[in-house]
Design a protein around this ligand. Structure first.
Ligand code: NAP
Ligand code: ZN
Length: 351
């Protein structure tokens, strides 16, 4: 496709820098996308710092992508030039295992292909993510951006492609709805989407935060209650009250402290992926009241389309700070300090 530009990290210690690279020629079912906006997820931070010990340098992060179709391959009829599309973490999977057949390609037995920091299974080239001007993907992984979203709202749509689906999927699968009492741990990119989506599903939502200054922010997003986790009296008042807890914290914590907030048969689902393991689990935290501990990984392509349609219907959009691409290092520095309300999004097209 020719040369394009992105921002790449070349090691754990060096800042991201402008990087020129080649996008592949369009295959029959490919589409070429001009990237408009790309969100910055804490997973991008884990990867550039090699905190999960699997980074392939140089790495161009970015997996919350909104763009416009520039060109389509010869076999593509479902998209045309000018269409608005979204691309998230998943850009391919085996399509033959039981999980893929069940439309759950995030759990593909062979491992799905990530939009960045992974290898293309066909030619072995390295996949570079959305902090770049152009992207080439198979049309089957491109999501349709619902018409209800206005042009000026597109930067706020980008974070739905990871933060939105990662919170929607477990909330939906646990049948959260009116009458459910849901706890969200952590008010960051995922946490703020979790609050808004759980509230839109009709749940009573309690935010658990380590930051005492996030009370008003949590409430304005739709949390009915905000509990600072260092407030022992408030934590005690929540014991045994919740049906479901979504743990989005990017750091390890004492899971027992939160499991005890669940009612009988309640579940805590982990989505945060801290590089350091959580503290030891006490069997008593689960056995007492028959509680469960679960996990969830992003969501499937089909479910991501469903989530976009849900967010369009309920007018759920991320709260963001839009920055030009050349300020990407400042954004990562501030993300480390938890200084973001609540997602940075890169203005790729205008950078
Ligand atoms: P984020 O914007 O940085 O938010 C993380 C939140 O965790 C913080 O705002 C903070 O909330 C809480 N936290 C508590 N202690 C912390 C500490 N020591 N350091 C940093 N944060 C701390 O991150 P995110 O983008 O929402 O991602 C959250 C986690 O989910 C990351 O580990 C990410 O890799 C993971 N993730 C998983 C999936 C999946 O498929 N399972 C998908 C995307 C991301 P308070 O200030 O309110 O306490
Ligand atoms: Zn992410």
């Amino acid at each position: 496709m020719g040369q394009t530009l992105g921002y790449a990290a070349k090691s754990t210690t060096t800042p991201l820098e402008l990087f020129s690279f080649e996008r592949r020629e369009l295959r029959e079912m490919d589409i070429l996308i001009d990237v408009l906006f790309c969100g910055i997820c804490h997973s991008d931070l884990h990867v550039i710092k090699n905190e999960w010990k699997n980074t392939i340098y140089p790495v161009i992060p970015g997996h919350e992508i909104v763009g416009r179709v520039q060109k389509v391959g010869s076999g593509v009829s479902s998209f045309q030039q000018g269409d608005l599309v979204g691309v998230g973490c998943i850009i391919g999977s085996c399509q033959s295992c039981d999980n893929c057949k069940d439309h759950l390609e995030q759990y593909c037995d062979k491992g799905f292909t990530l939009v960045f920091n992974s290898k293309d299974p066909k030619d072995g080239s390295i996949n570079y993510g959305g902090f770049s001007k152009q992207l080439v993907v198979d049309k089957s992984v491109a999501l349709k951006i619902p018409k209800e979203f206005k042009e000026e709202e597109l930067p706020r749509v980008a974070p739905l492609l990871c933060a939105g689906i990662t919170t929607y999927s477990p909330l939906k699968n646990r049948k959260v709805g009116p009458g459910s009492r849901v706890g969200i741990i952590g008010l960051g990119g995922l946490g703020h989407m979790g609050i808004m989506i759980a509230a839109a599903m009709g749940a009573h939502v309690t935010l658990f935060t380590t930051s005492s200054d996030k009370r008003e922010g949590g409430k304005s997003l739709g949390a009915n209650e905000v509990v600072c986790v260092t407030d022992a009296a408030r934590m005690n008042s929540c014991l045994g009250t919740l049906d479901f807890i979504l743990n989005t914290a990017a750091a390890s914590l004492d899971l027992n402290k939160y499991l005890r907030l669940l009612k009988r048969d309640g579940t805590m689902c982990l989505v945060g992926l801290p590089p350091i393991p959580h503290g030891a689990l006490s069997a008593d935290s689960l056995i007492n009241k028959r509680r469960s501990l679960a996990g969830s990984l992003i969501g499937s392509i089909k479910e991501t389309q469903e989530m976009l349609d849900f967010c369009a219907k309920h007018h759920v959009l991320a709260h963001i700070e839009l920055l030009p691409m050349d300020r990407v290092n400042e954004a990562f520095d501030r993300l480390i300090k938890k200084d973001v309300k609540y997602r940075f999004v890169l203005d790729v097209a205008n950078s």
